[in-house]
Structures are given as structure tokens and as C-alpha cells.
Design a protein around this ligand. Structure first.
Ligand code: MN
Length: 229
């Protein structure tokens, strides 16, 4: 999909309307400095699955660090007047702008990650998202297997995603800061598989973290609200 078509689609799509509604969008068009959106929950509510300490360090040091770095990089440039999504799309693949892309994408990815989880989440979804998963993966079990496999096999740092590509749901894994919105895909759900997301609670046991995320944390209402069309 070309960028113009994508921007047109995203303007009317569930994902971006919701991002703005829920405050996931970190910066409006012409919005100046990037702000770090508040967590959508209190830092201790994901316990015992993700500790308050992990959330506080992850949000307060890692996520905050990307926001601070990005603001330093875009200050006084044309990027200061663009939304996060536009910065990501304009810098994607530009060798001289890797730093801006990486920090902008990490701001988006982290904000999206916090909204992908909730207290009392996880398990099987219901409603339209459940029907879409069954139609596109065959079963919830097959979805779980594909999502787990992507999150587990991402070598080194990165993310696993449930995305919408046209009318079809797909699983995607991205490396480092890479993000589906750079590729014209609509993200529905993500898990951060950088070690900082789970090391304090799970050490090297990434598989346990992924299983716990699916069983106890996924915010299916968020995923469903991001569905477009
Ligand atoms: Mn992270």
C-alpha cells in the first residue's frame, strides 16, 4: 500500500481514531513536543504477572528515555510539527534518520503495548475479534501458537504483533524498534519481547512471559476496538 493511501485509510480507521480517543497518540498534528502518555492502569495492577517494579522501570526509564531522546532529536526540525505516526512513516528506511525513526517508533510501540494489557485480561476473546481470529487462523489455539512462535523466535530485541493487513488478521514480528505502522499495517495488539520487559520477573524465561501475557494480560477490547472496516 502506498503511503498516501495508508494515511487516508488510517485517518478513518479504527486504530488511529481509537489511539487518539484513548490518548495512545502521543502527539497531535502540529502538536510540538512529544508527551509521554500516562499508563492506562496503576503500576501494580498487573501483579503477580508483571511486577510493579518492572512496570515502573519500563515506563519510567525505558519508555520515558525514548520520549526524551526523540524530543531532543526533533527540536527545531520540521518533525516537531508532525504526529508520531507521520514521523515514523517519513523516517522509515532513511539511513540518515535512523535515530529519529527508532525513538519515535519506540514511543509508539510502548504506548501501544501498555494499552494491549489490562488487569484481569487474557484468555479467549469474544465478539467480532474472536470471529475474525477463527476465520483467519482457523482457531484460537492456532492463533495462540502462531503468536507465541513469533514472540519466541524474534531473535534478540523486538516485538510480536497481531495486525490487520487489508481484511486479514496476521501475526508479525518486528526487530528492535520496527513497527507495523511503518509498513502500512494496522496494529491490534503487541507484546514487547525486549529483555527489559520481562527480565526482572522471568529472567531468561521468555516463553513463560509470553504464555502469561496471553493467559492473564491481553486486553481484547483494545484489540477489537483497533479493528478497521
Ligand atoms: Mn520496552
Amino acid at each position: 500500500m502506498d503511503r498516501r493511501k495508508f494515511l487516508k485509510l488510517s485517518a478513518g480507521a479504527g486504530a488511529f481514531a481509537l489511539l487518539q480517543m484513548t490518548g495512545v497518540s502521543c502527539k497531535g498534528p502540529g502538536g510540538g513536543m512529544v508527551i509521554q502518555q500516562s499508563l492506562p492502569f496503576k503500576a501494580d495492577v498487573l501483579e503477580p504477572y508483571i511486577s510493579e517494579q518492572t512496570v515502573l522501570i519500563h515506563y519510567g526509564k525505558h519508555h520515558a528515555g525514548y520520549v526524551k531522546k526523540l524530543n531532543g532529536l526533533i527540536k527545531g526540525t520540521a518533525y516537531a510539527d508532525l504526529s508520531i505516526e507521520e514521523i515514523i512513516q517519513k523516517t522509515y528506511g532513511n539511513a540518515g534518520e535512523t535515530d529519529i525513526f527508532n525513538n519515535a517508533a519506540q514511543v509508539f510501540n510502548h504506548t501501544f503495548y501498555w494499552h494491549s494489557m489490562k488487569q484481569g485480561g487474557g484468555g479467549e476473546p469474544s465478539g467480532i475479534i474472536a470471529e475474525k481470529i477463527k476465520a483467519d487462523f482457523g482457531s484460537f489455539y492456532a492463533f495462540k501458537k502462531a503468536f507465541t512462535s513469533a514472540a519466541l523466535s524474534q531473535f534478540g530485541s523486538g516485538w510480536a504483533w497481531l495486525v490487520q493487513d487489508g481484511d486479514t488478521l496476521k501475526i508479525l514480528k518486528t526487530s528492535n524498534a520496527d513497527t507495523p505502522i511503518a509498513q502500512g499495517l494496522i496494529p491490534l495488539l503487541t507484546i514487547d519481547v525486549w529483555e527489559h520487559a520481562y527480565y526482572l520477573d522471568y529472567q531468561n524465561r521468555r516463553a513463560d512471559y509470553i504464555e502469561t501475557y496471553l493467559a492473564h494480560l491481553v486486553n481484547w477490547e483494545f484489540a477489537q476496538a483497533n479493528l478497521a472496516g
